[in-house]
Design a protein around this ligand. Structure first.
Ligand code: PMP
Length: 393
């Protein structure tokens, strides 16, 4: 039997961008030690206190169906957090708890787009974005941000693609680039979104990892709360990737529709996971700063090493847990460079091309190994790039 076109064409041209990651995993499975700098997974596990809260909740009998929109206490806490961080009055009725940010991205596009609608997103992008848009029957349309502009998207470029579109997906702090959209960029984006009557889907899962400048939640800009679907998650902020706990903040009427979508799809998030999520949020800002701190330290390590040579240029990450490096002076594509580095030096980084055309000739280094190992691996990477660039010159 033939599966639906929608599911069999999720990856567009067939390349899902994860080839290098799979190759690295194969090497590891075959017994070769590899320095793994590919995916955005902390090198610490979930804090033992959070796991204990999860266990206590399950042992107390919280193992049945949970409320589909999320338990009231967690929705309230998320609403208070969003109000405090953005200044926009937000209540439980604006919040639905989801199985992670990824499900929230899917559900937000489901809420925003009809079959065949054009849905804009910024390139470089988190690898699932085009597939997520296709999964709701919409048509992904990329708007490129330029490396030379620190990967800040240009509102005029978005405006040029906006006629006839239904939604725009943005992500600040950004994966893979580390860019945090400036006030000017964010205001320009809000203007385009209002002028063209778009939904804005704002992926803010890295909002606790800000190293330079500040994060503006676009829902707080004039006229935006009624057209913004804001996405959050405990994966990055609380090192809870495996727990699958996130949320969508939306206008009340849309939240009601989203609850219907959840009822007919995932039927909510496990109650004991939500109890643990609430416990995690109640640990407060100090805990979030503790989870984020290693990435800031490691970002500085990488910038310092890159600053001492010429072959590789860093796009200084303003936030998130990655370093984006421009390796075009080697004459190689990001993909060729990443595969050669893996084969010759057993260091795995993501090719920029996995994140779109605008990141071609770049690589993304996840700052997810202990400081000294990272320092050593980046030193080898830079030496390799230097050799390649020398051959090129
Ligand atoms: N958005 C971005 C930009 C991400 O990098 C990720 C995970 N890497 C997600 C969303 C999804 O995260 P989760 O589903 O674990 O919340």
């Amino acid at each position: 039997m033939r599966p639906s076109r929608r599911i069999s064409t999720l990856n567009g041209d067939g390349d899902d961008g994860w080839g290098l990651f799979v190759a690295a995993r194969r090497m590891i499975d075959a017994g070769t030690p590899v320095v793994e700098l590919t995916i955005g997974e902390h090198d610490i596990g979930t804090d033992a206190r959070i796991i204990e809260a999860m266990q206590a909740s399950a042992m107390a009998g919280n193992t049945g169906y949970a409320m589909v929109p999320g338990i009231d206490a967690l929705r309230d806490h998320v609403a208070e957090r969003v109000t405090a961080r953005s200044g926009v009055a937000t209540t439980r009725d604006n919040v639905m708890i989801t199985p992670g940010g990824q499900a929230a991205l899917f559900m937000a596009h489901h809420a925003a787009c009809d079959e065949g609608d054009r849905a804009l997103y910024i390139d470089p992008y988190y690898a699932t974005y085009p597939g997520t848009i296709r999964s709701v029957g919409a048509v992904p349309v990329a708007v490129q941000a330029q490396s030379a502009k620190g990967f800040q998207p240009d509102p005029d470029d978005i405006a040029a693609a906006a006629p006839g579109a239904r939604a725009l997906l943005i992500n600040s702090p950004n994966n893979p680039t580390g860019a945090i959209y400036s006030d000017e960029t964010m205001r320009g984006i809000a203007r385009v979104v209002r002028d063209h009557d778009l939904w804005l889907i704002s992926d803010e899962v890295y909002d606790t990892q800000v190293w330079e400048g500040h994060h503006i939640s676009p829902r707080s800009l004039p006229g935006m709360a009624e057209r913004t679907l804001q996405i959050g998650s405990l994966s990055k902020s609380h090192a809870m990737t495996g727990s699958r706990c996130g949320w969508i903040v939306a206008p009340e009427a849309v939240t009601e529709d989203l609850i219907q979508l959840a009822t007919n799809t995932n039927y909510g998030v496990a109650g004991f996971v939500q109890s643990a999520g609430l416990f995690a949020l109640e640990l407060g800002a100090d805990f979030e700063a503790e989870v984020a701190a290693p990435f800031r330290r490691r970002r500085d390590i990488v910038l310092d090493l890159v600053g001492r040579q010429q072959a590789v240029r860093a796009i200084p990450a303003q936030g998130a847990m990655y370093a984006m490096l421009d390796i075009r002076a080697t004459g190689m594509s990001g993909e060729a460079f990443a595969f050669a580095l893996l084969e010759q030096h057993h260091i795995a980084v993501m090719p920029g091309e996995s994140f779109g055309q605008a990141a071609a000739g770049h690589i993304r280094v996840a700052l997810t190994v202990e400081d000294e190992r990272l320092r050593e691996a980046v030193a080898v990477l830079l030496e390799f790039a230097g050799t390649m660039a020398g051959e090129q010159a």
